[in-house]
Structure formats: structure tokens, C-alpha cells
Design a binder for this molecule. Structure first.
Ligand SMILES: Cc1ncc(COP(=O)(O)O)c(C=O)c1O
Length: 398
């Protein structure tokens, strides 16, 4: 890799600043309205009480800090993950030894997976497909792994679905990997069984892998989202061929500081990824793996969290008096004229921090950016704050 003019490796220099750095720069010369209490609806960090079992589970496993943890995750955690997947998605069997890995938070795993599945030395530069807007990690992963990102616009015109029928065969033929985000951060779109089934058919036909980021699977407005492994099994792929899913305790259990997630699916892809990970070593400390195993084994706290997210979405839309909650996630993808101008005005006039939609998307080849006319509002502080947010945002004047 040749260094570019700034002395950075050239792939890295193709990446822009991360959304929150861009937000900091946007607001650098602004001050939040001092007459109001500041509300941070920018970051997607759940702010809910710690589940009861966390303290006891941590203290009973403290001795584990004296040992190196295995990167793959210990048997207790992988077993709990496999059992959760089987129960949640009605799967006959998930093999805890060959079809499951622990992730040190899914962010690192979503990034690293492209490095395991893309061959940067291929004769034709491989494609990595992803939604646009997207969780920015997919883009960073594709670029640094030596692939060419291919963006599937998710707009009101597509119902915020990545339009897989619009992707030319020539692109599919050269695709190594497709990232799916369902429920989607930031749009709230959820893949249905038919959409996943069509993608699986394309994967068989054109020989590519699917990585489904299902971190928001337990946060939904009405229907509980279907999962990629579930559809794979329903369509006769009981070995989950070509499929990997990632999920996280950060959102489901409101434990973003635990840094624990799961990777599961096709045993051959798991083996390939485990090999890469045996070098990079993103292991989760053993006491935290014990807490994580408990969290995958308990649904009561997840149901309680879901009730708060639903109440927050309802409070926001009731106070707003228009629009519909998203199908999934705790984000509102709010249409505005100009996302950056709106975010700046919301901060200065109403002491609200939001993310401009353009920071969560990329410029398309036609020059447009599907995030320009949106801001992302995270409803992570409960119903009262959600209602207050709707009122304050309704008062913003650009
Ligand atoms: C869509 C999506 N995927 C993955 C993650 C990563 O979560 P974690 O690394 O905490 O598991 C996030 C976090 O915000 C996210 O929004």
C-alpha cells in the first residue's frame, strides 16, 4: 500500500471523519440555549437501568480476570448464545462449537469481517454492498479491506429498503459480501422474510456472503423482526450457508459498556473469521463473558426495555401529532429541509443534540446523498424526554 500525501496509508485516507467528529466540528462555534436543559439525542446509547443480575454475576466471576480469555468465547457464553438463537428464531440447532463466536461488541466484528471475507488480491476489485444511509463501520470495513463499496440507496421511494432488484448482475457477479442492517440504524426499516429470501437466492446464484447486523432485533414498534438465520432455515439452508448474523447486548440489554455481542451462522465462515481473530485477539474478559451469558439467558429485562422504547416512540409521535413510529430501532429518521442546518438550529435554539442524516450516509455516484434531508433523533432517555424532544424539535426554525 502506498502512502498518500498526508503520510497515511491510502485506503485509510479514503475514510472521512467519523459522524461524531463531524458533529463536534459543526457545533464548535455554537452554544446550546442556556435557558433549557440539554438533551443529547445524538448518540444511540441506551440509558436504561442496569439489569439486576449484572452486579452479582460480575462479583461471582471476578477470579476470571486472572486468566487470558479465549477469543472465540468460553463454552458457557457460546452455549447461551446458541440457546438464545434457537429459541428466538425457532431454529432446530445452532452448534455452539462451530457456528458461534463471541464479539467484543459488534462494532469491531462488523469491521473485521470484511477483512476475513474480501480478497484484496483478486483480479477484479471485489464489491461490498451496503445500505445508504448506513452504520458507518460497513463503509470503513469495505474500504480498508480493499473492496469497492457499492451503495444501495434507502429512501422514501424504496420504503427505506435496499433495492436489491436494482443492482445490476455485473455487480452481483463481483460481490464478496453484502451488509444488511435490520432493524436499520438509522431508518428503522425491517427486512421481511421475502426480502431476506430474495437476497439468499441472489447469494446462491452469484456466490457471495451475507452479514446481517441485527443489533436492534429486540427493539420494534409492532412486529418482532424476522432474522436472517430464521429465513435461511425456512428456505432449506439448515447449515446457514453464506450467512452470518451479528447481534449485541448493547441495545437489547442496554449494556453498551459491557462490549459483548455475538457472531453466528455458516460454520465455514465462522472458522475463517476465527482464524483472523486468533491473530487480532478481540477477546472479552471472562467475568464479562459470564455476565453476557446471563444476559442472553434472561428475557424479562429485554421485555421491560422494549416497553420503555415503545412508550418513548409513542410519546414522541403523540407530542408531534404527525407521522408514524419506525418499524424498528429507537431512532427517528426525521425529514427536514437541510439536516446540518436543522441540527445546528436545534442545538442553538432548543439545546438538543442530533445527528445530521448526511453524516450517516455517503455521497452516491450521482452526487446526491440520501441523508441530506434528514436528522437522526435517538429516543434513549424514556418517554418524558421523548415527548419534550418532539415539542422542542417542532419549535426549531431554520
Ligand atoms: C447498526 C449498529 N450496529 C452495530 C452497532 C455496534 O454496537 P456494539 O459494538 O455496541 O455491539 C451499533 C451501535 O450503535 C449500531 O447502531
Amino acid at each position: 500500500m502506498s502512502p498518500d500525501v498526508h503520510g497515511e496509508p491510502s485506503r485509510l485516507s479514503r475514510l472521512g471523519a467519523y459522524p461524531f467528529e463531524r458533529l463536534k466540528a459543526l457545533l464548535a462555534d455554537s452554544r446550546p440555549n442556556p435557558e433549557l436543559v440539554h438533551i443529547d439525542a445524538g448518540a444511540g446509547e441506551p440509558r436504561l437501568p442496569l439489569p439486576d443480575f449484572v452486579g452479582p454475576a460480575l462479583s461471582e466471576s471476578l477470579a476470571g480476570f486472572s486468566k487470558y480469555p479465549a477469543t472465540r468465547g468460553n463454552a458457557e457464553l457460546r452455549g447461551a448464545i446458541a440457546a438464545w438463537l434457537e429459541q428466538r428464531y425457532g431454529l432446530d440447532h445452532v452448534d455452539a462449537d462451530t457456528q458461534v463466536l463471541s464479539a467484543n461488541g459488534t462494532r469491531e466484528a462488523l469491521f473485521a469481517i470484511a477483512h476475513a471475507l474480501v480478497d484484496p488480491d483478486a483480479e477484479r476489485k471485489p464489491r461490498v454492498l451496503m445500505p445508504n444511509p448506513m452504520y458507518q463501520i460497513y463503509l470503513g470495513a469495505a474500504v480498508t479491506a480493499g473492496a469497492e463499496p457499492y451503495l444501495m440507496p434507502c429512501t422514501p421511494a424504496t420504503g427505506f429498503a435496499p433495492d436489491i432488484d436494482a443492482v445490476p448482475d455485473d455487480v452481483w457477479d463481483n460481490t464478496a459480501l453484502v451488509y444488511v442492517c435490520s432493524p436499520s440504524n438509522p431508518t428503522g426499516w425491517i427486512a421481511d422474510a421475502d426480502w431476506y429470501a430474495r437476497l439468499l437466492t441472489l447469494a446462491d446464484r452469484h456466490d457471495f456472503h451475507i452479514v446481517a447486523d441485527e443489533c436492534y432485533s429486540e427493539i420494534y414498534w409492532r412486529e418482532r423482526p424476522v432474522g436472517l438465520l430464521e429465513v435461511a432455515r425456512q428456505t432449506g439452508r439448515s447449515d446457514y450457508a453464506r450467512c452470518l448474523v451479528m447481534n449485541s447486548l448493547s441495545k437489547r440489554s442496554a449494556l453498551p459498556g459491557l462490549r459483548s455481542g455475538l457472531i453466528a451462522g455458516d460454520a465455514s465462515l465462522i472458522a475463517r473469521f476465527a482464524r483472523l481473530r486468533s491473530y487480532t485477539g478481540p477477546a472479552t474478559p471472562l467475568p464479562l463473558q459470564h455476565v453476557a451469558a446471563r444476559a442472553w439467558s434472561d428475557e424479562a429485562h429485554v421485555a421491560a426495555n422494549l416497553a420503555v422504547y415503545r412508550a418513548s416512540l409513542k410519546a414522541f409521535y403523540d407530542a408531534r401529532g404527525e407521522g408514524e413510529p419506525p418499524a424498528g430501532s429507537f431512532f427517528v429518521w426525521l425529514p427536514v429541509d437541510d439536516g446540518e442546518a436543522f441540527a445546528k438550529a436545534a442545538y442553538e435554539q432548543q439545546a438538543v443534540t442530533l445527528l445530521p442524516g448526511a453524516y450517516l450516509s455517503a455521497d452516491a455516484t450521482d452526487g446526491g446523498n440520501p441523508g441530506n434531508g434528514f436528522v437522526r433523533v435517538a429516543l434513549v432517555d424514556g418517554p418524558e424526554v421523548a415527548a419534550e424532544l418532539a415539542q422542542r424539535l417542532g419549535a426549531v426554525r431554520v
